[in-house]
Design a protein around this ligand. Structure first.
Ligand code: ARG
Length: 457
């Protein structure tokens, strides 16, 4: 198939390799989204009588075939095609005849790729929110199950004050919950349709942009056509920033777990099937999953930076540089998806060693509590602080369980308010499920197929 822009010359082969790069491979991610958006566009053309009813149904039939082929991993995009948009138009022309030559009317690959990416990011953000909420759910459940198990609280990594396994685990659940809230809010921005913005400046055809937006289940049209194109990369950066926040939290959790599962501390352990061996040292069981969580977090952060670096100084309107934001989006998104998934598995199987935790609650852990108990009976804080500090050897340990239970102010180990937090996570999860149902319903109205997903993981 010739390129969509083919004229009377052949592109230099090195320039083709350089400019297409891996886009034709990456575009497999966008095939279903582009086919769905193309149905919405074809329906808009039919409303303007630029396609007949019969032509529209031929186009819809062809696009439905493409969706099914992609689902079976049989839709082919070759380097010569440049991208999925070309391969899709070529398929329609080959299989359905002349009508294939009409579907690009009033559209550019610029708004086409924007629309496909928008559908992709909207679904990804919702699914990532849902997946992260199921990790929160497990962390809250873990915190509830171990709410009464004492654990040394540390600052500067040194023994600091009494804490609990519940406090530790729920801190990550609450932090993730706040990152999910950002993802949930991002939907307002992602849920707008760039279709009809064409090359960046719209077209003289009276394309009903509201109609195509609602056909795809978008809440609204992204109004300004130039902005619709200029937001390429900008929205990707927002999605990757949300990924970055989630990864930052999980990297910290990984670091804590590497420390707390050290045999020398032994607070927790991971089962063998989540640990890896060494090729030379027969005794080794390594937490590679935790280490890679740390490095993946760095890669995800790098993906967000990559996208911003590419778009930072681009002039208005489409520029080919945008194409290079695609790989970073897909790589960062997939890494985040897998990261959350692996933590679901690790939290589910994390074993807690109460006796080790109790052993770690040494007398020094209670030095501040001893001071504050005396202050509560009327002594002056600074005086007692100094006296206890000068005679640390005399500090006697307190009852570990009583110490965590006596803390009653909100959010402390004796009053974690886990139920309220857990409930908030469940409510958000229900909202995400209904959003996904809404997208599914829109896809089904477009292509007549059930169980269509744009993001294939
Ligand atoms: N593969 C291209 C991209 O991702 C599609 C748009 C091409 N547009 C163009 N004017 N060359 O950006």
């Amino acid at each position: 198939m010739a390129k969509l822009w083919q004229k009377a010359y052949t592109l230099d082969s090195l320039m083709e390799e350089f400019s297409v790069s891996s886009d034709y491979l990456l575009d497999q991610e966008l095939v279903i989204a582009d086919a769905l958006a193309s149905i919405a566009h074809a329906r808009t053309l039919e409303k303007l009588s630029l396609l007949s009813e019969a032509e529209l149904s031929l186009v819809e039939e062809g696009l439905r075939e493409i969706i099914l082929l992609r689902q079976e991993e049989r839709f082919v995009i070759r380097r010569e095609d440049e991208d999925c948009h070309t391969a899709i138009e070529a398929y329609l022309t080959e299989e359905k005849g002349e009508v294939g030559k009409k579907v690009h009317t009033g559209r550019s690959r610029n708004d086409q790729v924007q629309t496909a990416l928008r559908l992709w990011m909207r679904e990804f953000a919702t699914r990532l929110a849902e997946q992260t909420l199921s990790l929160c759910d497990r962390l809250f459940a873990f915190a509830e199950d171990h709410a009464k198990i004492p654990m040394p609280g540390r600052t500067h990594m040194q023994i600091a004050m009494p804490s609990s396994v519940g406090l530790w685990a729920a801190s990550f659940a609450e932090q993730l919950l706040d990152s999910v809230r950002r993802l949930v809010d991002l939907d307002v921005i992602l849920d707008q349709s760039p279709l009809g913005s064409a090359a960046s400046y719209g077209s003289p055809l009276a394309l009903d942009r509201s109609f195509s937006a609602s056909e795809m289940g978008f809440a609204k049209v992204q109004n300004n056509v130039l902005y619709a194109n200029n937001s390429r990369g900008f929205f990707e950066a927002m999605v990757l920033d949300c990924c970055d926040y989630i990864a930052l939290t999980l990297s910290k959790l990984a670091q804590d777990l590497m420390l707390f599962t050290l045999p020398e501390l032994g607070y927790f352990s991971l089962p063998s099937e989540l640990l890896t061996g060494s090729s030379i040292m027969p005794q080794k069981k390594n937490p590679d999953g935790l280490e890679l969580a740390r490095s993946r977090a760095a890669l995800i952060s790098g993906a967000a930076t990559q996208v911003k670096s590419i778009i930072r100084s681009l002039p208005s309107g489409y520029n080919r540089d945008f194409q290079d934001t695609k790989g970073a989006l897909f790589a960062g998104a997939k890494a985040t998806w897998q990261l959350v998934g692996i933590f679901i598995r690790m939290v589910e199987r994390l074993e807690v060693h109460e006796e080790q935790l109790l052993k770690a609650c040494t007398a020094e852990l209670y030095a501040t509590d001893v001071v504050l108990h005396r202050v509560a009976k009327g002594e002056l804080f600074r005086d007692v602080y100094r006296e206890v500090g000068l005679h640390l050897d005399a500090v006697e340990g307190l009852d570990p369980v009583a110490s965590i239970e006596e803390r009653t102010s909100l959010g402390t180990s004796g009053n974690l308010a886990l139920e309220e937090q857990h409930q908030a996570a469940r409510a958000l999860s229900a909202t995400m499920k209904s959003r996904l149902d809404g997208y599914q319903a829109a896809y089904q109205r477009l292509c007549g197929l059930r169980e269509v997903a744009v993001v294939l993981y």
